[in-house]
Ligand binder design. Structure first.
Ligand code: HEM
Length: 218
């Protein structure tokens, strides 16, 4: 049986992938239980306090997973945070190209580093929304009975709008993952060299050590 050499590029470590995938059911549990708690037509489902308990239990991994990221992958966590808030001229050019990118067109795509400008925006917004949700959530949890109605109402609005923001971001995130077939990076930890050179050419050039060769049976 003949075999062919294929060049792959290491993208995510196993601990990064584990944290990402534990984060998805955690987020969905918070979202679904949260909707049940605030939507009056779903009030019968929230009766008995079980939904509130589920929502509060899911807060534990929601808070712990980013901390675990910093503990297990401090270098990657800092890199992610720094890159998400640093925008270059190529990123501005990338945003101009975004309507075509949205439609799956990559001809003339401005060169990008490890994460493209759209991912930077997604990750930065995720970081900010996470903070809004966590702080407002704790105020709602522990502030009842101590804070006035107006303060609690504004806090609930911040909490709910931030969760809505994260949900919209997740839909966009899912859309681009599927359109550009990016899932292997987060599932198996590597992507093809062709994909990396199209999406992240500056990163491929900067980090040639991430590339490795595998033999595929034909
Ligand atoms: C089923 C749902 C999801 C899928 C299929 C998915 C898929 C992916 C993929 C493929 C990547 C890697 C992209 C790359 O090559 O750089 C990624 C990264 C990331 N995703 Fe998701 N994702 C999902 C849900 C979420 C949710 C709900 C959040 C946050 C609320 C999220 C936040 C992130 C972040 C922050 C990264 C960057 C991770 C890092 O650099 O360590 N994802 N996702």
């Amino acid at each position: 049986m003949a075999s062919e050499s294929v060049v792959l590029v290491k993208r995510y470590q196993s601990t990064q992938r584990l944290i990402h995938w534990l984060g998805v059911p955690t987020f969905l549990t918070l979202l679904i239980s949260g909707v049940v708690l605030i939507a009056s037509p779903l009030a019968p489902l929230a009766a008995g306090g079980i939904t509130r308990q589920i929502h509060r239990i899911a807060v534990v991994p929601f808070m712990l997973l980013p901390i675990l990221y910093v503990v297990l992958n401090p270098k990657q966590a800092m890199e992610l945070l720094k890159e998400s808030f640093t925008y270059t001229r190529d990123d501005i050019a990338w945003f101009k190209h975004m309507p075509a990118y949205f439609l799956g067109r990559t001809k003339g795509l401005p060169p990008q580093g490890r994460i493209n400008a759209g991912q930077k925006l997604h990750h930065a917004a995720t970081f900010m929304m996470f903070n809004f949700i966590a702080w407002s959530g704790f105020v709602l949890w522990f502030g009842k009975g101590q804070l006035g109605y107006d303060v609690l109402a504004i806090t609930a609005m911040i909490h709910d709008l931030s969760m809505l923001g994260l949900t919209v971001l997740m839909i966009g995130h899912l859309y681009f993952t599927l359109v550009y077939d990016a899932l292997t990076g987060m599932l198996r930890g590597y992507v093809t060299k062709e994909y990396s050179e199209m999406e992240h050419p500056k990163w491929v050039e900067e980090k040639p050590e991430n590339q490795f060769i595998v033999k595929e049976k034909k």
